[in-house]
Write a protein that binds this ligand. Structure first.
Ligand code: FA5
Length: 350
């Protein structure tokens, strides 16, 4: 091997042996293999060689280049392994056999009411669906008969991402996907669509005792032949009596939502003040809990279901408000406050 090549190889071996971290290794890579590096520099001597010498010399330089590049890659793996080992050694030990501290933590009130509702609907044959928190304008509005510039959008201002997607302002955003998922079983096997989908919702709201910018809803839909408002009222009543385990005053009044026709607002008598009026119910004695209605033909059609043949109902239960009423939480903001002591008082023995 040419003397210069050998000398450079020895120099490289000595310097890589001393390297202790990835950035120093990168400097070595540049100084040997970079555009102006030492290995490239060796090629400048080729002009002074005979054609035969040039062949061997060129091959030796190439071998050195491969040798250096392989050694650097190997060293990088070694350094990464060492760094990981060091990081793991610095971590506190986790003893899986340590006894559980039963004094710590409790289920969040919203988790508890969500589970109660899920159990009620599960026994009535509903599937429980999970859905993304980031959705498209189509899912949240257009597929629900709310075209661009429709005034109903003003009621649900939310947070938009730079790519045009948005944080879902209501669980109704999952309706279209659910219809598309189950329409084949509905049409070909005659299986009714029965689904609930609980989820976190976001709105650009002025917060007060009964409004949060981040809250939970639980959507429910049922689609089959001959579904009517009586079915809707039956499911709502069954769910509320199972959750509250007592008789609750409810009222149904007309409500407008572009994705249902007819639409209703289902209110319950405020359980914080017994219907007298307080900040939790905006001093009206009633709390809007669960808007609902018969699914609009346009929405069924958009989901691939023929509205001439099938009908259905949908509801959007305010899970956070339900938790407030069930556990006597006067201010909705306490539920997102993150104070364990505050939350545990509602659910300690559950
Ligand atoms: C809707 O979100 C409709 N998607 C509901 C629906 C579904 C109607 C299916 C018809 C058919 P609304 O904006 O009213 O509707 O919200 C529904 C419920 O969510 C309210 O009754 C309330 O209980 C709860 N909710 C709405 N906004 C907030 C908020 N800012 N903080 C806490 N709970 C809220």
């Amino acid at each position: 091997m040419n003397e210069n090549i050998l000398e450079l190889k020895n120099l490289f071996d000595a310097s890589i042996a001393k390297v202790l971290d990835a950035s120093a290794l990168d400097e070595i890579r540049v100084s040997y293999l970079g555009k102006n590096g030492s290995v490239t520099g060796l090629l400048k001597n080729m002009g002074a060689l005979s054609p035969d010498e040039r062949k061997t010399y060129g091959k030796d330089v190439n071998d050195l280049k491969n040798y250096i590049s392989g050694a650097i890659d190997e060293k990088l793996i070694y350094l990464n392994e060492q760094a990981l080992k060091k990081e793991l050694e610095a971590m506190p030990e986790f003893d899986v056999s340590a006894p559980v501290d039963t004094d710590r933590g409790s289920y969040h009130p919203i988790t508890l009411v969500q589970r109660q509702c899920e159990n009620v609907f599960r026994t009535m044959g509903f599937t429980i669906e999970d859905y993304s928190e980031i959705v498209t304008d189509y899912e949240c509005f257009e597929a629900l008969n709310i075209p661009k510039f429709h005034p109903a959008r003003d009621m649900q201002d939310t947070y938009y991402l730079e790519n045009g997607q948005l944080l879902k302002s209501h669980t109704s955003a999952a309706q279209n996907a659910i219809y598309k998922k189950y329409k084949k079983a509905l049409v070909e096997e005659g299986k009714p669509i029965r689904a609930i989908f609980p989820g976190r919702c976001f709105r650009n709201e002025n917060t007060d005792a009964c409004h949060e910018n981040t809250f939970f809803q639980m959507e429910g839909v049922m689609v089959d032949k001959n579904i009517s408002i009586s079915n809707l009222i039956f499911f709502m009543k069954t769910m509320l009596s199972a959750v509250f385990e007592k008789d609750i005053n409810v009222r149904l009044r007309p409500g407008f939502f572009p994705f249902v026709e007819p639409g209703f607002e289902l209110d319950i008598s405020c359980l914080i003040c017994g219907g007298e009026g307080c900040p939790s119910c905006k001093h009206s004695g009633w709390l809007e809990l669960c808007p609902c209605g018969m699914i609009h033909p346009n929405v069924l059609r958009e989901g691939g279901i023929d509205p001439e043949e099938y009908t259905g109902f949908a509801f959007g239960l305010g899970l956070t408000r339900l938790a407030m009423m069930k556990y006597g939480v006067k201010d909705i903001r306490d539920l997102n406050g993150g104070s364990l002591a505050n939350l545990a008082q509602f659910t300690e023995d559950k």
